[in-house]
Design a protein around this ligand. Structure first.
Ligand code: AOS
Ligand code: ZN
Ligand code: ZN
Ligand code: ZN
Length: 425
């Protein structure tokens, strides 16, 4: 299954007139507000978000997993799926692999297939939260933080192998997410666990190529429920600072206690040039991994607002943009199309903020005006702008409509079979 430009153009014909009408109306009003519409379109086109390999199949909960049909069963299938997304929205030009779930057999073949669908390889993810068949040491009581040297060595070795795999594929970042922690007070020494984590990460850092980043993810709880070693942005930031200039903090939107001010964390990390990237998703309670923008779209907008200011005012290096969402109700590809759209909508809205007016409102303590300026941007329906950017890039005016009209899932089921299941989570 490969979507061609012809397929997409054909699906655009029906929507074109109505799209043009909406776009012209919006473009005129943006123009009147003094915004450069073609510059906005270019910025929206340029934002590319990596798709995690583990989001392409239906995710499960600890109670069960209801697989969809025609899921990708192999790495080749996963790359094809990302190729389908990218053909539709021209916004996902990379995949983020999880090792060992996605360890390639034949690197040249994999790279060629990815090349054909214009997909590159974003951050590679290591996995020391599960034991693999035949593994000599167990991660049951932790990996990089484990009190046993032999277990730490194994986990360090695995991360080094992940770097080697990433090098062969052209990745430029290693994402480390650790489940390490304790479920009961007294289970382990909090200080030793942190020290062990730091020294293990130092070992891995030594193998990190010059042009790579190490992204250190934090998370307050789960699977451990009393203490997680890298529990918050402060701990990740501390480790990244101690490790060196190639280490950064990765912000997964779902990894915060309820009501945490994530945009403030983003602002602080950018000021310190230590924001490495994102795992986008949405949540109401915890690490819910719901579709981006489905619960708190205003928060997402505020995060993008901080990012845009940060890009202008700080020297934070370019970010890794990744999604980390997976759930068990929707078709995963439709879900990802919605997530990508939500990210780009927030970005486009944040680009509309009148920065000069906001700054002067802030300086004169005009709180009412400051709020209005932000909300004016947030309440603008930028969807026609987004659709135009994607259409100009050769994608679909409405990605979900095209996906459905072109019977993509039906064709995948025909090719892969009804009971094809994704590996991994
Ligand atoms: C786990 O909660 C983290 O969000 C990870 O980034 C990610 O979901 C995991 O590596 C995929 O298994
Ligand atoms: Zn994550
Ligand atoms: Zn998570
Ligand atoms: Zn999550």
């Amino acid at each position: 299954m490969k979507l061609t430009t012809d397929h997409i153009q054909q699906s655009n014909t029906k929507l074109k007139k109505e799209h043009q009408r909406k776009f012209d109306f919006l473009a005129e009003s943006l123009d009147q507000r003094g915004l450069d519409v073609s510059e906005l379109i270019q910025k929206i086109k340029d934002l590319q978000i990596a798709i995690p390999s583990w989001a392409l199949g239906a995710g499960g909960t600890r109670f069960g997993r209801f697989s969809g049909a025609g899921e990708p069963a192999t790495l080749i299938h996963k790359i094809q799926d990302v190729g389908i997304l990218h053909a539709l929205n021209k916004s996902n030009n990379a995949v983020s692999l999880h090792i060992p779930w996605d360890t390639p057999q034949d690197y040249e073949a994999i790279k060629q297939i990815a090349d054909e669908v214009q997909i590159g390889f974003d951050a590679v993810n290591s996995n020391t939260f599960q034991d693999q068949a035949g593994q000599l040491q167990s991660y049951k009581y932790g990996s990089l933080a484990n009190s046993e040297q032999a277990v730490r060595d194994l986990a360090v070795q695995h991360n080094k192998e992940v770097i080697e795999i990433g090098k062969k594929l052209g990745s430029k970042a290693l994402t480390v997410w650790l489940a390490d922690g304790a479920s009961f007070p007294g289970q382990h020494s909090l200080r030793k666990a942190l020290q062990n984590t730091y020294s293990s990460l130092q070992e891995i850092y030594k193998d990190l190529p010059e042009d790579w980043k190490m992204l250190v993810e934090y998370k307050p709880y789960e699977p451990n429920f009393y203490s997680t070693v890298i529990q918050d942005w402060g701990t990740s930031f501390l480790l990244a600072n101690k490790l060196g200039p190639k280490a950064f903090t990765l912000v997964d939107l779902g990894h915060h206690l309820p009501n945490t001010n994530i945009e403030q964390i983003v602002a602080t990390l950018m000021t310190e040039k230590k924001l490495g990237g994102f795992h986008f998703n949405d949540s109401k309670y915890g690490d819910d991994d719901l579709t981006v923008g489905s619960i708190k779209p205003y928060q997402l907008f505020l995060i993008f607002h901080e990012l845009i200011r940060g890009f202008d005012e700080t020297e934070n290096p370019p970010l890794s943009w990744m999604i980390d969402a997976s759930h068990n109700l929707k078709d995963p590809l439709e879900d990802l199309l919605q997530s990508v759209e939500a990210i780009k909508i927030s970005y486009a809205q944040a680009l509309l903020v009148d920065q000069k007016a906001l700054e002067s409102a802030q300086e004169s303590h005009d709180v009412t005006a400051a709020q209005d300026i932000l909300q004016d941007a947030y309440r603008t329906d930028v969807r026609p702008l987004l659709a135009e950017a994607i259409r100009q890039s050769g994608g679909a005016i409405s990605a979900i409509d095209a996906y459905r009209n072109l019977n993509v899932r039906e064709q995948l089921i025909k090719e892969r079979g009804k009971s094809s299941k994704a590996s991994g989570l």
